[in-house]
Ligand binder design. Structure first.
Ligand code: PMP
Length: 361
């Protein structure tokens, strides 16, 4: 007899995350984590928490953290964002999944670039949403005119991943303006490394929903915290969805750590500036070694070399203890995505490259 649930299992095409190797210690430049630890104030806060309180459920509305985030952005954009415009989730992947579940019905269309974050096709498949991929141009750039007047939801990653190239805020605004009846999700996982956030648009365009994460610029990949900012109405939709299946998504430790992170702006600004500085220096050094380096506004760079195939370089770097990201996919199969690490880590990466190029060319 056929066992239907077994057929169902094979229909699910899960996302394959970047390697988190357990065999040995690598210089890990493959999953866009921050090379610097969370702020000392965050670590201090966690250590000083009354952990006996963990016996109690956390605040299901995550109000305190929501208010801190709302105040931070109100000050930043000089326009009032209320905590009712902030939704908090366990990392932005969870929020993206919630967005699909809340707003995208089976059979709807969703548009995104042909090269972008590879989680979106997974959600589209899972929720039976029809994905329509809009090609990037020959320079791997998003051409905004192709996103005007669409008949489906839109997701733009800004800066885009893995290309690292950012759109200007005016360009995101044009897309929102030209699609007033469509939800425009702006995934800003990497925005703090040199792009301008679309949070500035949410009070003007009720179709703009911005998603950000603590995982990259706030060094929290191990804590799982992200947020979305949009109109009160859109955020209410996400809350309704969340309360429909798990009211307590954010644990007490993450809430406290998140609040503390937003209070330590100085550390946030300092570490981001340092990563940008290392990125610029790295890009220059790689160009001297003959690499093509796309113009990055993220905490990673996307590179290729015409003398050595990226797939081989990936393997050789790994054998030499340096892990970078390789996507064996059309159009980008001769590129590597390299996370910006500390100066020391990048120094070793470049040394290894020099050796390998010397042996290969
Ligand atoms: N969006 C993009 C574009 C990403 O690259 C990532 C990280 N892989 C995420 C969202 C998810 O990040 P997190 O769930 O850690 O917030």
């Amino acid at each position: 007899m056929s066992k239907f649930w077994n057929d169902k299992i094979k229909e699910i095409e899960p996302y394959v995350p970047g390697e988190q190797p357990k065999d040995k210690k690598y210089i890990k430049l493959n999953t866009n984590e921050n090379p610097y630890p969370p702020s000392a104030k965050v670590i201090e806060k966690i250590k000083s928490m009354n952990l006996e309180d963990l016996k109690l459920y956390p605040d299901p509305d995550v109000t305190e953290l929501g208010k801190v985030i709302a105040e931070y952005f109100s000050n930043k954009i000089n326009n009032k964002i209320t905590y009712k415009q902030v939704f908090i989730g366990n990392g932005s992947d969870e929020i993206l999944a919630f967005i699909f579940m809340t707003f995208f019905n089976a059979g709807d269309k969703v548009y995104y670039p042909d090269i972008t974050y590879s989680f979106y096709p997974v959600y589209a498949d899972l929720f039976n949403v029809k994905e329509i991929k809009i090609p990037l141009n020959d320079n791997f750039e998003i051409e905004i005119e192709k996103y005007f007047g669409l008949d489906g939801h839109i997701i733009i990653t800004n800066p885009n991943a893995p290309t690292s190239i950012a759109l200007k805020l005016e360009e995101i605004e044009k897309i929102a303006e030209k699609n007033p009846s469509q939800l425009v999700v702006v995934d800003e996982a990497y925005v703090d490394f040199g792009a301008e956030s679309a949070v500035k648009l949410v009070n003007k365009y009720d179709n703009v929903l911005v998603v950000q994460t603590f995982s990259k610029s706030r060094s929290f990949a191990g804590m799982r915290l992200g947020y979305a900012i949009g109109s009160e109405n859109t955020i209410e939709g996400l809350n309704r969805l969340k309360f429909s299946f798990n009211s307590y998504t954010i644990d007490r430790i993450s809430i406290e750590a998140g609040i503390e992170s937003f209070k330590d702006d100085e550390y946030f600004e300092k570490t981001n500036a340092k990563i940008i500085q290392t990125r610029e220096k790295t890009s220059e050094e790689l160009k001297k070694l003959g690499f093509k380096v796309l113009n990055s506004s993220a905490n990673f760079i996307f590179i290729s070399h015409n003398k050595i195939f990226a797939g081989d370089l990936y393997k050789q770097l790994k054998e030499n203890g340096v892990l970078v990201r390789y996507f064996a996919k059309d159009r980008i199969d001769n590129y590597l995505r390299v996370t910006i690490g500390t100066d020391e880590e990048i120094g070793i990466f470049i040394e290894k490259l020099e050796d390998l190029l010397g042996n290969n060319v």
